[in-house]
Design a protein around this ligand. Structure first.
Ligand SMILES: [Zn+2]
Length: 174
């Protein structure tokens, strides 16, 4: 189709100058991602109590061994926000470290997740479910006008990780 067939209005829209940027686009450019990393070691059994030992072994393999096995977990907690014009910070990094320690590392380090850390007495502590629980714990503590929790990345091993980008709290309450 030749250019001459484009109605005048559409042609003008396509030629809109770059300076006529929308406020939303401008906000996106100012937004930054801030990530803090932490490690903890914990043991777990991947087995659903509602299923038989045979069924659990078929689904989870040796991870269903009732005596458990351990992982050196690594978490990366990412906040999204605009740097404060006065402090130049998206979020206070010391506070973020305190939140991660208080909500995740201190309670979970060197623990048997299934026996010591609710809800894993009822919920299978897969990497996915553990990342959701970490999200739930940290999101409740990140209260800042210019920052929000964007992602929780949980490495179970060096070559396996899960990204949790949100939790449906209504679903959690069921
Ligand atoms: Zn495991």
């Amino acid at each position: 189709m030749g250019k001459a067939n484009i109605p005048d209005g559409l042609e003008n829209a396509a030629r809109k100058p770059a300076s006529a940027e929308t406020p939303a686009a401008s906000n996106r450019r100012r937004t930054m991602l801030l990530t803090r990393k932490a490690e903890f070691s914990a043991s777990h059994v991947c087995a659903n109590p509602a299923l038989s030992a045979e069924e659990n072994f078929a689904i989870y393999g040796s991870n269903a061994n009732p005596l458990g096995h351990g992982h050196n977990y690594v978490i990366e907690v990412t906040l999204e926000g605009e740097p404060d014009p006065v402090t130049g910070m998206v979020f206070d990094l010391r506070e973020l470290k305190e939140i991660i320690n208080a909500e995740v590392v201190d309670p979970m380090d060197h623990r048997f997740l299934n026996r010591e850390i609710p809800p894993f007495d009822k919920v299978v502590p897969t990497t996915e479910n553990l990342a959701r629980e970490i999200w739930r714990r940290i999101a409740a503590r990140v209260n800042a006008p210019n920052a929000r929790l964007k992602n929780v990345r949980l490495y179970e091993t060096a070559d396996l990780y899960v990204d949790c980008t949100g939790v449906d709290l209504a679903e959690d309450a069921r």
